[in-house]
Write a protein that binds this ligand. Sequence first.
Ligand SMILES: [Fe+2]
Ligand SMILES: [Fe+2]
Length: 261
Amino acid sequence: MLLRTPRTVTAHTPWRILPSRAHSSHAAPPSFAPTGSTSADTEVPYGDPSLASSAYLPRKDGAPPLTPEEQRATSEAPPLTPRQKRVLERIIRVDQAGELGANYIYYGQHAVLNRGKDKHAADLVQAMWDGEKKHIAAFDKLITQHDVRPTALYPLWKAMAFGLGAGTALMGKRAAMACTEAVETVIGEHYNEQLEQLKKDMPDHPSIPLLEKILTEFRDDELEHLDTAVANESQQAPAYALLSAVIAGGCRWAIGATSRV
Ligand SMILES: [Fe+2]
Ligand SMILES: [Fe+2]
């Protein structure tokens, strides 16, 4: 079972998650800083000061400045033992590549669905894609801060992820949602495994608890994407079981390859 931060569910919670809520574990849709782009060639969103990820994102005028502790947490690379370095580098390299892939999956899905008649499906995918822009922008900063070598497989992941997104969207909205469900299930599990690794023998430095909070926030975002996919009939996709197994297996293989290359 996937662990997640408990959310308040009221009797009025709609079954079908609205696009404006679908991108994140918080309600406000993102807005984007006027300059800059991420390694996934997407816009950089402004940070929401109520969320941990805001420490790495541009701040809107009037937002509270970073505290000295947050400045330290976002600018220093702590001294690490060889084992700690291996663990931290693997987490950040794999997650940055995974978020790059997620952006390109939604890019591919949106490119197809936006040309069709089902604008609701295109909007749904756009809302989830906007959430992924926050994730990749934060990991682009983390990879620099901790001096982690990015994966050498960028071009391959971009092409494969765009193809997966476009290919499933060409099979229809339900197949696109089945793709989202499979990918986000694997990514949710993966974030939970990483959170366990960070609890063991890591240095006493403010960057580590901040990273834990960010992984938790992003894990919850991914699981909200999963819920959105299920609410939008992912499990009624043609050849659902086979499609899910192939995509989830591909994601696990990609995580393994990225951790080494
Ligand atoms: Fe993501
Ligand atoms: Fe996601």
